[in-house]
Write a protein that binds this ligand. Structure first.
Ligand SMILES: N[C@@H](CCC(=O)N[C@@H](CSO)C(=O)NCC(=O)O)C(=O)O
Length: 219
């Protein structure tokens, strides 16, 4: 029986983009189901009762929650092609460390940059740039975070790239000026069909943010 793969997602989500990219990298056919996070569907509540968040990967009726867990699950379940994670335990640990770093240290400041004002927004901008500089020094002169092949940390981070334009406009800074190597890396990733297909156009994100702010009551 062919695998049934459903992805409960939300188009602007940099977390959902991770799972989209991972599925595309493995050439897995999946049923993409856009979710309304302001009026959550019964299937979302049923499949992710703990966090009630997207993305949720439903594989033959069984839900896998949390985007980085989904990326690893996809890598293990469909092992063909380039592995996302290295086989060496230490290298795997290092890749997961940077995935965790992105979740703990990169995502938070982005909310302040587009959602806050004044000193709070400035603090978010400063923090974001500092965190990107740490990522850039980890990348160094490598093609991808794991070396020559596109993998786990690239997948964890690349979804933020389509948010860079709106973050720069809100925070009045240039990511390229601060982290040129990181921008060069992102452009390299965008050349991959799996990434180009999975990330929305940054103009769409830029138009979306003011609508989102209105919807959540921050103006
Ligand atoms: N650690 C999780 C984060 C998912 C998340 O925040 N999803 C958001 C949309 S993207 O910002 C979400 O589903 N929010 C709905 C809510 O918070 O109610 C992951 O990596 O999958």
């Amino acid at each position: 029986m062919a695998d049934e793969v459903i992805l409960l997602d939300y188009w602007p989500s940099m977390f959902g983009m991770r799972t989209r990219v991972a599925l595309e990298e493995k050439n897995i056919k999946f049923d993409y189901r856009e979710q309304d996070l302001f009026n959550k569907s019964p299937i979302l509540l049923e499949m992710n009762p703990v966090h009630k968040k997207i993305p949720v990967l439903i594989h033959n009726g069984k839900p896998v929650c949390e985007s980085l867990i989904q990326v690893e699950y996809i890598d293990e379940t469909w092992p063909g092609g380039n592995p996302f994670l290295p086989s060496d335990p230490y290298q795997r640990a290092q890749a997961k460390f940077w995935g965790d770093f992105i979740d703990k240290k990169v995502y938070g400041p982005t909310r302040l940059i587009w959602g806050a004002k004044g000193e709070e927004q400035e603090a978010g901008t400063k923090e974001f740039i500092e965190m990107l500089k740490m990522l850039e020094s980890e990348l160094g002169d490598k093609t991808y975070f794991g070396g020559e092949t596109f993998g786990y940390v690239d997948i964890a981070m690349i979804g933020f790239y389509c948010w860079f334009d709106v973050l720069e406009k809100c925070g009045n800074f240039s990511i390229e000026a601060e982290c040129p190597k990181l921008i060069a890396w992102a452009k390299r990733c965008m050349k991959r069909e799996s990434v180009a297909k999975s990330l929305p156009d940054s103009n769409k994100i830029t138009k979306f943010v003011p609508e989102l702010k209105k919807k959540i009551g921050i103006e």
